[in-house]
Design a protein around this ligand. Structure first.
Ligand code: ADP
Ligand code: MG
Length: 266
């Protein structure tokens, strides 16, 4: 490789934060992901849409190694997900190593998944304390700041059951941020919310986007995707059918399948 190619290669490696190549995943005889290639640049917001059962959640779960791939490779921040290279062989990461790696990838689910017997503050402190063993005082300070950032500084002492769905979801976002992730993955974060609570969660994600967080967001909120996403991806039956700037994909989809899907959700 020439110096120029070498430099070019390392530059693209640095700018691309998430790189997936040839991702395949089956459950039994069902092929759920059938060759996904995906690049997400540092600071990019990528929204993913597609019918129920098309593989969107499975794709996110593969990126943080909650699912093991049947084929392909994923790099996040240049680091191979789920495996460690030794010589020219790949070894699966141990549970501990995988947990450490996963700590760099924030994930927010449809259901809030907060610990019910811990306060908002304790929920946000949990990861840095238990996984990273960071000092309590420092973690507490950061957790309070993060609760402030999602507009819930005054709810630090509340338990999940005392919070609305939208507030719980914002605590879940603060909890993911507490691990200082290099990317955030959102799996339909507003789908379980009452309609009047959707906006506050979308606003929180919008402000993260403005701060330059790299994000993949599976969502049916097309208006949000149009305004906030840099890239909109349409997945159907385990393949990326179409991707591009959201306005282009929404206004002029080039595939019939995308058109048919959008006509149902718009
Ligand atoms: P989406 O998020 O797009 O609705 P999913 O990725 O959740 O789709 O699921 C894609 C397909 O894979 C569905 O048919 C689903 O039933 C199946 N699937 C997902 N997870 C599992 C699993 N752990 N075991 C078996 N089948 C699964
Ligand atoms: Mg899903």
């Amino acid at each position: 490789m020439t110096d120029v190619q070498d430099r070019e290669e390392s530059r693209t490696q640095r700018d691309v934060l998430i790189r997936a190549r040839g991702i395949r995943k089956s459950f039994g005889s069902q092929q759920v992901l059938r060759g996904i290639d995906l690049d997400v640049q540092s600071g990019e917001v990528c929204c993913v849409i597609g019918p129920s059962g098309s593989g969107k959640s499975t794709l996110l779960r593969c990126i943080n190694h909650l699912e093991k791939l049947d084929g392909g490779q994923i790099h996040v921040g240049g680091e191979l997900i789920g495996y460690r290279r030794s010589g020219n062989r790949l070894h699966e990461l141990s549970v501990r190593e995988a947990a450490r790696q996963r700590a760099g990838i924030g994930m927010v689910f449809q259901r809030f998944n907060l610990f019910p017997h811990r306060t908002a503050l304790e929920n946000v402190m949990e990861g840095p304390r238990q996984v990273k063993r960071e000092p309590a005082a420092e973690v507490r300070e950061r957790a309070l700041a993060l609760l402030g950032r999602v507009g819930l500084r005054d709810k630090a002492g509340s338990y999940p059951a005392q919070l609305s769905g939208g507030q719980q979801q914002r605590v879940a976002i603060a909890r993911a941020l507490a691990m200082r992730p290099q990317v955030m993955l959102f799996d339909e974060p507003t789908s379980a919310l009452d309609p009047e609570l959707v906006g506050e969660v979308l606003e929180t994600m919008r402000s993260l986007a403005e701060e330059g967080m790299t994000m993949i967001i599976v969502t049916h909120e097309i208006g949000f995707a149009r305004e906030v996403a840099d890239t909109l991806i349409f997945i159907d039956e385990g393949v990326i059918v179409e991707q591009g700037p959201p306005r282009d994909v929404i206004a002029a989809p080039s595939h019939e399948r995308t058109r048919a899907f959008l006509s149902k959700v718009l």
